[in-house]
Each structure stands twice: as structure tokens, then as C-alpha cells.
Design a protein around this ligand. Structure first.
Ligand SMILES: [Mg+2]
Length: 111
């Protein structure tokens, strides 16, 4: 399967949002985020009580987490289109820059 270009990806996200409607996609976003939360909790439980779970059960959870991350990224990308991609992107830049500054300050304090 060929990888979508950024433009194809964004167009598809907008088409999903247009076709299914904003309300339905918001409900879907809430649902998908809770599915990811559930799988992350399951992973923590299974790895913290590792003796009680098989390697296969832990691998299954990792695969479920990967699937739920994909679902969340898809639906969150639609939320980004619906609520304003440019503003979201500016906020991402601001937050990453602030995070980088905090990291730098923290690393200096460690020396
Ligand atoms: Mg899902």
C-alpha cells in the first residue's frame, strides 16, 4: 500500500469530517481516546504483574495500543481540521518550543 502524501492525507481527513459530520466525529474522538486509555492501562497492569501474564498477552496489548494510537491520530487529525489546523499548528510550535526551553533549563540544573 502506498504512503499518502501530506496533501492527500489532509484532504482525506477533511472528506471524512465533511461526510460523517462534526458531531459524529467528536463522539468518535471521545470513543477512540478512551479505547487508547483502556489499552494503556491494560499494558501497565500486565507489565507490572508480569508473572501473571504470558509474553503473548503482553505482545497482544502492544499491538492493540498501536492500533488505538492509529485510530486516535486519524480522528484527532480530523478534529484539527474541524477546529482550525493553522491555530493548532501554531500552538504545537509554541508548546514544543516552551518544552525545549524547560528541557534545556533542567539539563543545566543537572550539571
Ligand atoms: Mg479504536
Amino acid at each position: 500500500m502506498k504512503k499518502l502524501t501530506e496533501k492527500e492525507y489532509q484532504d482525506l481527513m477533511q472528506r471524512f469530517a465533511d461526510a460523517w459530520g462534526v458531531k459524529s466525529q467528536q463522539v468518535m474522538a471521545i470513543e477512540e481516546m478512551s479505547e487508547l486509555q483502556k489499552e494503556l492501562c491494560k499494558y501497565l497492569r500486565r507489565t507490572e504483574n508480569s508473572g501473571e501474564y504470558t509474553k503473548e498477552e503482553i505482545e497482544e496489548t502492544i499491538s492493540n495500543i498501536q492500533e488505538e494510537i492509529a485510530d486516535v491520530l486519524i480522528i484527532v487529525t480530523q478534529m484539527r481540521s474541524i477546529f482550525g489546523a493553522d491555530e493548532v499548528d501554531k500552538m504545537i510550535d509554541r508548546k514544543l518550543q516552551r518544552g525545549a526551553e524547560r528541557l534545556e533549563k533542567w539539563m543545566k540544573e543537572q550539571k
